[in-house]
Design a protein. Sequence first.
Length: 311
Amino acid sequence: MSSQEPKHVVSVSLGSSRRDHRVELELLGMPFIIERRGTDGDIQAAISLLQELDGRVDAFGLGGIDLYVVAGQRRYVLRDALRLARAAQRTPVVDGSGLKNTLERRVIRWLNATGTVPLQGKRVLMTAAVDRFGMAEALVEAGAQLAVGDLMFVLGLPVALGSLRSLDLVARLVAPIVCRLPIHMIYPTGEKQRENTPKFAGHFQAADIVAGDFHMIRRYMPPRLDHKIIITNTVTAEDVEELKRRGVALLVTTTPDMAGRSFGTNVMEAVLVAASGRQPDQLQVADYEDLLDRLEFQPRVITLNDAVPVH
């Protein structure tokens, strides 16, 4: 480990504190302390933690919430996320959007190009494309058939959209309203992240691949996911075992394993911001691409059960 003072990155999450994790490692020749602190769905507690650590750490990641979501060429800001972002005055705050638009595109292209997960013609259930628009676009570019689950996984409506164009049109109507709702109404926070109420089983079973936010997958996944491929992020060792028990064939996380779990994109984006020494609004796509090249990040690919069937 380098003798220089470590960069300290903290993810302040609305998720369960049971998923908290801390690692010390070296990246880009620099020592890092990376930790995730859950506030069990309590926004005021998250604000207090951000204020307490503001100026004392190098970068914050916001976990369990996005600053904004994307559909088409439009961005929609979440009201609760703005409250959190404004709590820190000195330390940079990111939500993972920069990596969702770069790293996750790269992972999908890598999976397809290497033949690890051939995507042409594959049926993909995407939990929420507004949350991971880069991943969704890359899947379409690779020839996958997308079932866009935003209305199901965010609003609980049993309707899958057939294209990102349809999502853009729907988002123009509903996103300005939905983004003003309390975050707990549209995304599982705190102990809700541990709940599983099977729903939309037909859509899960029709898919070859289930992709997107793991908490959304966990919230509604059926008892059996035999032969399925899961492309997601932020899973613990316990989550991996749960997916194995349910019959998942292959698990891909878009960020690498770090001491037994994959951190969220918000954490990894905070790492890149801290390493660069710049403010998030000073980093362009090319800057993220350069940092990712230097890090040589590889997705984690784990075979959990029998071979993935070829269609």
